[in-house]
Design a protein around this ligand. Sequence first.
Ligand code: SF4
Length: 442
Amino acid sequence: METYFIETWGCQMNVLDTQRLEGLLQQHGLRPAGRAEDADVALLNTCSVREKAVQKVLSRLGELHGARQAGGKPATVGLCGCVAEQEGARLLARSPVLSFVLGPGRVAQLPAALDAVAAGRRVSITGFEPARDYDAHLIARGNSARQYVTAIEGCNQHCTFCVVPYTRGHESSRPLREIVREVEAVAAGGGKEITLLGQTVNAYRCPATGADFGDLLQAVGKVAAAWRIQFVTSHPKFFTDRMIDKIAGTPRVGSYLHLPFQAGSNAVLKRMHRGYTREEYVRLVGQIRAAMPGVTLSTDVIVGFPGETEADFLETLEVVSAVRFGQLYGFIYSARPRTPALGYPGRVARSEAGERLERLFEAQSPVQLELNQALIGRSVEILVDGPARRGSEAWQGRGPDNRVVNVQGWPGVAHGQIADVTITGATAHSLLGELRPGGPGA
Ligand code: SF4
């Protein structure tokens, strides 16, 4: 029997796409191998959000080419994910080791790509169809207690720095009933924490009924077997009062909300085409916190966007100190192909952008530490992921606010267990916990 291996780079959407690809490969009669160099079929499920994505792919393809010349494997190499969509046939022409290219909107056509390869053809299958196939029943979910379910694919926002609308296509929401059925099936199969996915998950609109994201969350919250529901990523401009109330009123929704603000200067936000001002963002945060007391907010920030001045950057720092995020993901602006910002004047020197990124983290770190220390003495329910590190005696899980909790010396614990722990210590990036009397829970 032939074997496969998939290398996954990038975001949760890619993790889920890998599970879809895996399901299709298994249906095609393949079984997993330990690494790409030992597999008959190797797939690279790539990400193009950051710079040098193509170079990284070419370098990995070069390694696989070497492995094939030395040992004959992998005989088939497929390029999937966002770099596949971005480069398409260009990479096929450039890299002789590549057997096929398959864009993220064409995952369902993996069997067709493999058939073409078997017939001696090299194919590039990219682009987006108006209606997407979504083969939920074929997803190879493994036995993880943490599972993803797609609510909406693609993005229509065209933020001027972002490649996603080009690599993942236009927005396409799945019917609400289909999503709820999938959540039911995933929960029945052992999924405890289910995360609804979308680049702009709260832009969700059921194509059949017009139900919005608040309605979807409410419906998913009724799936009793799903222990906890999370969702990512929310766009500030799609929240409505009604949606916030529905999220706040839905049982089992985690106390975690990822809400990228990207920049604190209105001039920069406008050039980014984000669709909100700094004042609107801060107001929204207040509204969310009033409806969901105790919610932990995380965010994304870009520094060094073309034309960003020191004064603009200081406004970003002001938002960071005003909002007090539980987690912050900071990035240096990275010029991406086809995006409008590529042609914007006012390129910020890499050294200056790097220095701003450091200052951003310096501003965030004490806030994060303070917020984490304030949790000492509290009890939280965590979902266990596994050992904190290979060979470590500590176990790691996450609470409802997505914070990592490490628990020392815990005999008999297993992945997927739910446990009550008391927080006993904190760093800026994780918490330390002790099992509460009574031992692990469900
Ligand atoms: S909302 Fe903006 S940043 Fe997010 S995926 Fe869409 S275009 Fe990219």
